[in-house]
Design a binder for this molecule. Sequence first.
Ligand code: IPM
Ligand code: MG
Length: 368
Amino acid sequence: MTNPSLLILAGDGIGPEVMAEVRKIIDWYGTKRGVAFDVSEDLVGGCAYDKHGTPLHDDTMAKAQEVDAVLLGAVGGPKYDNLDFSIKPERGLLRLRKEMDLYANLRPAQCFDALADFSSLKKDVVAGLDIMIVRELTSGVYFGEPRGIFKEGNERVGINTQRYTESEIERVARSAFELARKRSNKLCSMEKANVMESGVLWREVVQRIGDTEYPDVELSHMYADAGAMQLTRWPKQFDVIVTDNLFGDLLSDLAAMLTGSLGMLPSASLGAPMANGRPKALYEPVHGSAPDIAGQGKANPIACILSFAMALRYSFDMGAEADRVEAAVAKVLADGLRTADLMGPEGGSPITTGQMGDAIVAALDASL
Ligand code: IPM
Ligand code: MG
């Protein structure tokens, strides 16, 4: 049997630093658990642009299509702010999502007990929170045509198009219903059916899939603005949320802050099954490249490490090992270890990115 293959695209800013900690976990699996991964590395984002003049080289795209899973760090930085839209670092990530057809983006928001005090919301609102946002990732206003900045009379007009086909809604709805079945059988779909036709269609299609294929799952609908309000008011009313690309982008950042820090949240972007039965998959932290703290050992590697845990669960059928990594993270947090992003206003002494990775490896050792 061949080893499972991973392509690491660490990217820009803090991407390489947090990915270095994931490498420690991957190595730990090789030496301590006899699970060897074939790991290759390549460039994405600004670093790819610096070398190749494009944020994602065709060879890298081809490699991503071949491996069992892609792990991505982060892309972007102020250095690239003035680049043309078509070659901005973010386009590299969007191309991966689109060409790998990773339509279901799973963004869990889970509040670790040790951090319940750290959220900007009251402790009883967030303690024990465990929700999952399923964001559609390959369509909607991110990709709809026409798009661009055009001349209209003597002024310019910026245009983007929100567009969803029935089949695009159906497939992400099914992913969300399947997840709901594995959790607490509850799904809330969010759109703006009160103002957008794409939202009307979204609601209708999700309801039909629910009625015909998942009658056992309790389905509700909410306008996305009300959803944002309810997420801050009483987030524990939700379990799985399914929503479109743009609303999912916003709502997942909001949900992230419920848990205390954006530095904690992983994500999985999944597509259709490949010939080997595994889904096409890319795993990445929800946070960005944080150029302001890059290279200073301040970044929190937990989101990226938890993204690897999601790879164990969703790509490699190693759910128990994913649990092990998550428990190791919970353990170091319970022990009081904190990176700078997890320091309250009263301060304290944060540990470095590398120390956090080492502590998680030590907790993994202790779990054997
Ligand atoms: C995210 C990010 C991306 C997005 C950017 C970097 C293109 O905000 O993954 O949430 O908007 O999807
Ligand atoms: Mg975002």
